[in-house]
Design a protein around this ligand. Structure first.
Ligand SMILES: *Cc1c(COP(=O)(O)O)cnc(C)c1O
Length: 482
């Protein structure tokens, strides 16, 4: 293991050269007693080169999209063009403050205004709010809106139905708004079981949450029938739009029966993500729900942009400080502007064809449970053949991929497929990279038969070998003892 930066410390070594200080910075002359440090702060003293080497070395121990393939299903780990990183660092974007007067930030407001409009346009909704800062918070916001809709109508409803393939945040968000979760099974095609849905629906049904394409990478073909069943009891249709990467320029959720949807800008629209954020999870709604959206929205009057609080009496309120994650929203704006409608459609077409290519090529080597359907932008394979024949688990396969410089797919999710491996190549990968991945997976399948013991030890060539997955959570200790 590399040393920590503290272990690289050497007294009085410096990473900078500055002229001698000629002002009084003695703490006792600058701060009252109670604000002063009681003991010297110990900081590592290292040279500039030491610092550079240290962090470059650490970064290489990690995996990132610029280093290697990252087919983490449901997460859309695509390559994000560096132009947006360059532009959001421009001082006119990076250094503005949310409390600045509106007339000094007209450009920023215009960006947000246009982004609201573009997101509404590509999803077929009346309006979109940019305030939620994660997919999960978008869900929470959308469900609050569903709740407000029913409260306004005097509807006594308290249940949200979800398929068993739902992402874990869905039931969590349902609980957070105080509704009950009703789970229904998927059918043998990996779609909503209509019969089970009919049995679950009643006058208590406040809404239905659906990911489309679902977490198996399958487009929900019966969507019109499902939305009719839900709308017949005055329930609302919520779309988890984390998988929107499959639909851009092809399907508008607002036109196929959905009433509310969240977008994951950090998945679909070019924000690097992982490690907990920052993200952005705007929501779009149909016309009669606009009055419930969080305040403020950006609006325009007489050519001037302003924060619009006009519907604050019907709004669910504010769900985040200030206006959401501005810099993430700007990245999405740049991405959308660069690609335009045609470019966006090509994103999804390429994402879908890449996933189908992998699904087809891996079928001879791994169980692919729903292979009779074309997949959308991702698909689910399973390590069940390997497990049954050789005792090698999906976890071992995933660990072995790390040895080959490839990030593992999402594993053991969705829960309804045993030994699941959820693979999402994204549109940004070339055929050559996909072929390398196929070769790696085929090699691992052979290895499972020929030397299962190696796989159970994997990874062998990474800076950190197999870790205890739960220890860090149960015994968190990130303190360095000097
Ligand atoms: C990622 C994801 C979410 C949650 O989004 P966060 O931004 O991580 O909160 C919800 N549903 C699905 C299907 C997802 O893939």
């Amino acid at each position: 293991m590399p040393k920590t930066i503290f272990e690289k410390h050497s007294d009085n070594r410096r990473g900078y050269t500055l002229p001698a200080n000629d002002v009084d910075t003695k703490l006792e002359n600058c701060f009252p007693e109670n604000f002063r440090r009681k003991q010297e702060l110990k900081l590592p003293e290292v040279s500039e080169l030491d610092v550079m080497r240290h962090f470059i070395e650490l970064s290489h121990m990690n995996h990132f999209i610029e280093k290697g393939f990252y087919p983490l299903g449901s997460c859309t780990m695509k390559y994000n063009p560096k132009i947006s990183e360059e532009l959001v660092r421009n001082p006119s974007i990076a250094n503005i403050h949310p409390l600045q007067p509106e007339n000094t930030v007209q450009g920023a407001l215009e960006i947000l205004f246009e982004l609201q409009n573009m997101l509404s346009e590509i999803s077929g909704f009346a309006k979109a709010s940019l305030q939620p800062v994660a997919g999960a918070q978008g869900e929470f916001t959308g469900l609050k809106i569903i709740k407000a809709y029913h409260a306004t109508k005097g509807n006594k409803k308290n249940q949200i139905i979800l398929p068993d393939s739902a992402h874990g945040t869905n039931p969590a968000s349902v609980k957070m708004v105080g509704y009950e979760v009703v789970e229904i099974p998927s059918n043998e095609r990996g779609m909503v079981d209509i019969k089970a849905l009919r049995e679950a629906v009643n006058e208590k049904t406040a809404g239905f949450m659906l990911t489309n394409p679902n977490t198996l990478g399958i487009f929900e073909a019966q969507i019109e029938e499902i939305s009719k069943i839900i709308h017949d009891v005055d329930g609302l249709m919520y779309m988890d739009g984390a998988n929107f990467n499959a639909l851009l320029g092809i399907v508008k959720p607002g036109e196929i029966g959905f009433d509310v949807m969240h977008y994951n800008l950090h998945k679909t629209f070019a924000t690097p993500h992982g490690g907990g954020g920052p993200g952005s999870g705007p929501i779009g709604v149909r016309k009669d729900l606009v009055k419930f959206l969080p305040v403020p929205m950006v609006n325009r009057k007489d050519g001037k942009f302003f924060w619009d609080y006009s519907h604050k009496n019907t709004s669910i309120g504010k769900i985040h400080s200030f206006y959401g994650n501005f810099a993430v929203n700007v990245r999405a704006y740049i991405y959308l502007k660069m690609l335009g409608p045609k470019g966006l459609k090509r994103v999804s077409e390429n994402a879908v064809i890449n996933a189908n290519y992998l699904m087809k090529k891996l079928q001879a080597h791994y169980l692919v449970p729903f292979k009779d359907e074309y997949c959308m932008h991702e698909f689910v394979a399973s390590g069940k053949w390997q497990k049954d024949k050789t005792g090698v688990k999906t976890l071992d396969i995933a660990k072995r991929l790390l040895d080959k410089g490839i990030h593992a797919p999402t594993i053991y999710f969705p829960l309804i497929v045993s030994e699941a491996m959820m693979i999402e190549p994204t549109e940004t990968e070339s055929k050559e990279t996909l072929d390398e991945f196929i070769e790696a997976m085929v090699d691992i399948a052979a290895e499972a038969v020929n030397s299962p013991e190696t796989l159970k030890e994997a990874p062998l060539n990474t800076p950190v070998r197999r870790v205890d997955d739960t220890k860090a959570v149960r015994e968190l200790n990130v303190k360095f003892e000097w």
